[in-house]
Design a protein around this ligand. Structure first.
Ligand SMILES: NC(=O)c1ccc[n+]([C@@H]2O[C@H](COP(=O)([O-])OP(=O)(O)OC[C@H]3O[C@@H](n4cnc5c(N)ncnc54)[C@H](OP(=O)(O)O)[C@@H]3O)[C@@H](O)[C@H]2O)c1
Length: 414
């Protein structure tokens, strides 16, 4: 049994892609942590990752040739699951097995969004974590976005306390489409943009509406209504663009996933007040880059945030030429003109505070703000929205039929 609190949490990463490097960058703003191990399938990715750990001064990172080797390493306390959605359960089952048989001393696990592709998978993730005695954290960075933390604190302390709780949260996350083929494949990812990005929007909105310190289930979900659409990527020239970029497995002429989704979620608080979440997500937004828009409205106040309304802007004339990059903002679409710049993306998007929170909770044996239970609740909302879109009707909660529901675009052979 590990004695807590531990002075330093030793983290092992599963996955070395886009989000793993983002997490790594954010870790330089986290105390009492070292990144001591990494596993992904390709040696070159593991080596590059371990080098970056060294460059950032985050510890001495050992590369592992198998998942089993990482899980049973004697210098790893916690696992960050950052591999694609379709690999989640296998990683979790392996971790559970290694702990149960005494091969692993890992005592905490954090997992990227969405927790799983279906309710059944998400429930298994939670059951495995609890059964193995793991402390678990769900990595929903938008809950830790610095404007969300600061805005929620001010609204609830100053405005809600004197004039009444907020009743409407609006959340939108939009960009021009994901960077790897598996995101576009419904069965691998779990759906389209609704699964990939609405998971952020419904959870950050639920968090903003929840009274500080109150448990998340203090708000009951009453019903969900969803719409999905194919606005851009099924157009023949764009479907062809996807095929050229990602290969024949991404076939948006015949097997598209939705690139737009809209949600209305009605909730009720403990006093019987009706509350509302409105969310929109899309892979069909071509602006400067990733745009997150948030609002929280109450009887005498309003919060609003737009991630592209940055303080720092840089203008570059048509004479400025160079390679494409994402060095100004995530999912950047241009290198000329007036461009918004986020000076500290890892901080503003919430990764730094998220990792600081998870590390401190795991080190001290405390329950994180976001756990696999929250991840499961998010997947329930997402599946409800897919089902609502499928039957073109509002779905009342609780909805036991969601237990084994698979979105149309994620069904094999869809
Ligand atoms: N919070 C956010 O805003 C946010 C943003 C982006 C992504 N995400 C989430 O983060 C996760 C990863 O996304 P990503 O953008 O990083 O994807 P990615 O760029 O495709 O990276 C996936 C990584 O997983 C590794 N991998 C693939 N199969 C594996 C397996 N079976 N076991 C271990 N490693 C494996 C790959 O490396 P090898 O080829 O070497 O195996 C790669 O390093 C997804 O769940 C995604 O939803 C969250």
């Amino acid at each position: 049994m590990t004695q807590l609190p531990k002075h330093t949490l030793r983290v092992g990463f599963v996955g070395t892609g886009f989000i793993a490097h983002f997490h790594l960058k954010s870790m330089i703003g986290v105390r009492n942590v070292e990144v001591t191990g990494v596993f992904s399938r390709k040696a070159e990715n593991r080596e590059k990752f371990a080098k970056e750990v060294e460059t950032l001064g985050l510890g001495s990172c050992r590369t592992h040739e198998s998942l089993e080797a990482l899980l049973s390493a004697d210098d790893v306390d916690a696992i960050w699951i950052l591999s694609p959605n379709y690999t989640r359960l296998d990683v979790m089952r392996a971790l559970h097995g290694a702990i149960e048989s005494g091969r692993s001393k890992v005592f905490a696990v954090a997992c990227e969004k969405p927790l799983a592709r279906t309710v059944a998978e998400a429930r298994e993730m939670l059951t495995l974590a609890e059964d193995a005695g793991l402390n678990h954290g769900y990595l929903e960075n938008q809950v830790f976005c610095t404007p969300v933390l600061r805005g929620k604190e001010i609204i609830w302390r100053r405005a809600a306390s004197t004039t009444g709780r907020p009743y409407l949260a609006r959340a939108a996350e939009e960009h021009s489409g994901p960077h790897e083929p598996w995101f576009w494949q419904g069965d691998k990812q779990g759906g389209g943009v609704l699964s990939d990005m609405m998971c952020h929007s419904v959870e950050v909105a639920r968090y903003l509406l929840t009274a500080p310190g109150a448990p998340r289930n203090s708000l009951k979900i009453k019903s969900v209504n969803g719409t999905v659409a194919n606005l851009k990527w099924t157009r023949p020239n764009y479907a062809e663009q996807l095929r050229k970029r990602f290969g024949n497995d991404v076939d948006y002429r015949n097997r598209p996933s939705e690139d737009f989704a809209r949600a209305t979620v009605t909730l009720e608080d403990q006093d019987g007040n009706e509350l509302m979440i409105e969310a929109t997500t899309s892979w069909a937004y071509v602006g400067a880059g990733l745009r997150i828009q948030l609002e929280l409205l109450g009887p005498e106040y309003a919060l609003e945030y737009n991630s592209l309304s940055t303080g720092l802007k840089i203008f570059m004339s048509r004479e400025v030429t160079g390679s494409e990059g994402e060095d100004l903002v995530e999912k950047q679409n241009a290198e000329q003109g007036l461009m918004p710049v986020l000076e500290d993306e890892a901080g503003v998007y919430g990764y730094t505070d998220e990792n600081r929170h998870m590390v401190e909770c795991f080190r001290k044996g405390q329950k994180p703000l976001e756990t696999f239970e929250d991840g499961l609740a998010v997947v329930e909302m997402l599946m409800g929205l897919y089902r609502s879109a499928e039957i073109n009707a509002t779905l009342q909660f609780p909805a036991p039929e969601l237990e084994h529901y698979v979105p149309v675009v994620a069904r094999k052979g869809a």
